[in-house]
Design a protein around this ligand. Structure first.
Ligand SMILES: Nc1ncnc2c1ncn2[C@@H]1O[C@H](COP(=O)(O)OP(=O)(O)O)[C@@H](O)[C@H]1O
Ligand SMILES: O=P(O)(O)O[C@H]1O[C@H](CO)[C@@H](O[C@H]2O[C@H](CO)[C@@H](O)[C@H](O)[C@H]2O)[C@H](O)[C@H]1O
Length: 453
């Protein structure tokens, strides 16, 4: 018998009632970190497409719907679409026990066990091989920058801290982000780094290969980029500085410069947006606040104070022009290698519709995101270090101003409105994904509502 005997993790007919593939996935999805609908039970799960990527590995697009209400004729059905790569075998090795999803008892896969193939190094290797050879598999298109050569045989590892998506690092040379929640259209995490690199901006790892689907609707599925092996993310660096009682103002100043560089290049790479005007922005922010307060009761007492931040924008059409932005900028989205800051993860706030994330918006949204992040970091330290955060915020704005030619601190009303909007988003995000963290944005909500900043 081999040393690691294959494990029949469940036997048909013995352990469970009949299990369809959709039924198994419906039970498995809500436990995944990247699953967006944690606050609502999954009513239905439809398999939208199945493609055999290579023997023993299926590529699936599934739609999880939360209402169970059929869509009106002629409209797309409600619900979120997710990308899954499933290993399908008769037996699953014990080393893949954590990836195990279940054994299918009905339908074409009856009798077979399915598991999350991204956790299987062999499948991860084959996925890279597929990307190294551009072409088509069913509705899936694999494409690559012909000027970059990706060597064969790089050892894969799945990043532990899965976030909104799943990322595989290959031999510390490349990182493949497999998008989990799929929306029709080009994903800005392919579009923006590609455009920035084409403009000669060195602040982003440029896409070297990617894959997309043509059906049921065209959408980006994954992007391979160079991996920065010696980089640390801004969040880890900020926490280290706090733990060492050290300042972070030099890094924050340089980060402000890097952010401005990226904004300036994005402004040059894309047609300038007309924007929607501050009044429209204020209305949208107020609507987001109402929706968040509906979902998170703790927000409700602060809603009147928060609304004043948005109301202050009305009749005040000032501020930098709208342009393409990062959309979800925080310390976890920036990497520092040596003295250089790199910006990653241009997807925008994952819960927003893709069209909104790809629209021109105020660069103040990104600045506010980063300012909030210094506050998040400072609140990880006991006792809380508000002065540390304040100095970082000042330094970041000064760095930004030195490059961009305008100073975010001169836009107090805009800054307060965007910070408030970001804190509201964070409350909703934490309530859904990390309830223990809720006090962090709630402290800012209280400050912004009661003291106005
Ligand atoms: N090019 C890169 N080089 C080094 N590490 C990276 C790179 N891109 C991403 N990472 C690491 O992977 C993590 C997840 O990447 P990210 O794009 O933020 O994914 P998600 O959309 O899942 O949040 C980052 O926090 C960072 O630590
Ligand atoms: O998964 P993403 O990185 O795209 O972003 C989402 O998750 C982030 C947490 O991982 C969340 O960021 C919030 O927590 C960070 C600390 O973990 C902090 O640096 C950010 O300022 C704070 O917003 C982000 O909001 C969410 O979109």
């Amino acid at each position: 018998m081999p040393k690691t005997a294959p494990l029949r993790l469940s036997s048909p007919g013995v352990d469970r009632p009949p299990a369809t593939l959709a039924g198994l996935l419906r039970a498995w999805l809500p436990g995944q970190r990247w699953f967006a609908g944690k606050d609502r039970p999954v009513a239905d799960l439809d398999v939208l497409s199945t493609t055999e990527l290579f023997p023993g590995c299926l590529h699936l697009l599934v739609r999880a719907s939360h209402t169970g209400v059929p869509a009106p004729v002629g409209t797309p059905p409600p619900g979120d679409c997710y990308q899954l790569l499933l290993g399908v075998r008769e037996y699953v090795s014990p080393r893949l026990a954590r990836a195990y999803i279940g054994r299918v008892n009905e339908g074409p896969l009856a009798g077979l066990a399915v598991y999350d193939a991204l956790q299987d190094p062999r499948s991860a290797e084959l996925l890279l091989e597929r990307l190294r050879h551009p072409g088509t598999t069913g509705p899936l298109h694999f494409e690559a920058d012909p000027s970059v050569s990706v060597p064969a045989g790089l050892t894969p590892r799945l990043l532990g801290a899965e976030q909104s998506n799943s990322s595989l690092v290959y031999g510390d040379r490349f990182i493949l982000k497999v998008f989990r929640r799929i929306q029709p259209g080009v994903n800005p995490d392919l579009e923006l780094p590609g455009a920035l690199a084409a403009q000669g901006c060195t602040r982003v790892p440029a896409p070297v290969a990617w894959f997309r689907t043509a059906e049921p609707r065209a959408a980006t599925l994954g992007v391979l980029q160079p991996f920065l092996p010696d980089a640390s993310d801004g969040w880890a660096l900020a926490l280290r500085a706090l733990a060492d009682d050290a300042e972070f103002t030099t890094q924050a100043h340089e980060l402000g410069q890097a952010t401005a560089d990226v904004h300036l290049t994005l402004a040059a790479a894309f047609p300038s947006g007309s924007g929607t005007g501050n009044e429209h922005t204020a209305t949208a922010m107020t609507e987001r606040l109402e929706a968040a307060a509906h979902a998170v009761p703790a927000l409700r007492p602060f809603a009147p104070g928060l609304r004043t931040a948005f109301g202050a924008l009305v009749g005040r059409d000032t501020g930098p022009p709208a342009q393409r932005i990062h959309g979800d900028l925080h310390l976890g989205q920036v990497l520092r290698a040596g003295r250089d800051w790199f910006v990653i993860d241009f997807e925008g706030e994952p819960s927003k519709p893709l069209a909104e994330r790809r629209s021109a918006q105020s660069p103040v949204r990104d600045i506010a995101g980063m300012l909030r992040s210094f506050d998040y970091a400072a609140r990880q330290r006991r006792p809380w270090r508000p002065e540390w955060a304040r100095r970082c915020r000042e330094a970041f704005c000064a760095g930004y101003a030195a490059r961009a030619g305008w100073d975010p601190r001169a836009q107090q009303a805009l800054l307060r409105a965007y910070e408030t909007d970001r804190a509201v988003y964070e409350v909703l995000y934490e309530a859904r994904h990390r309830p223990d963290w809720l006090p962090v944005p709630m402290a800012a909500i209280e400050r912004l509502a009661v003291r106005g900043g």
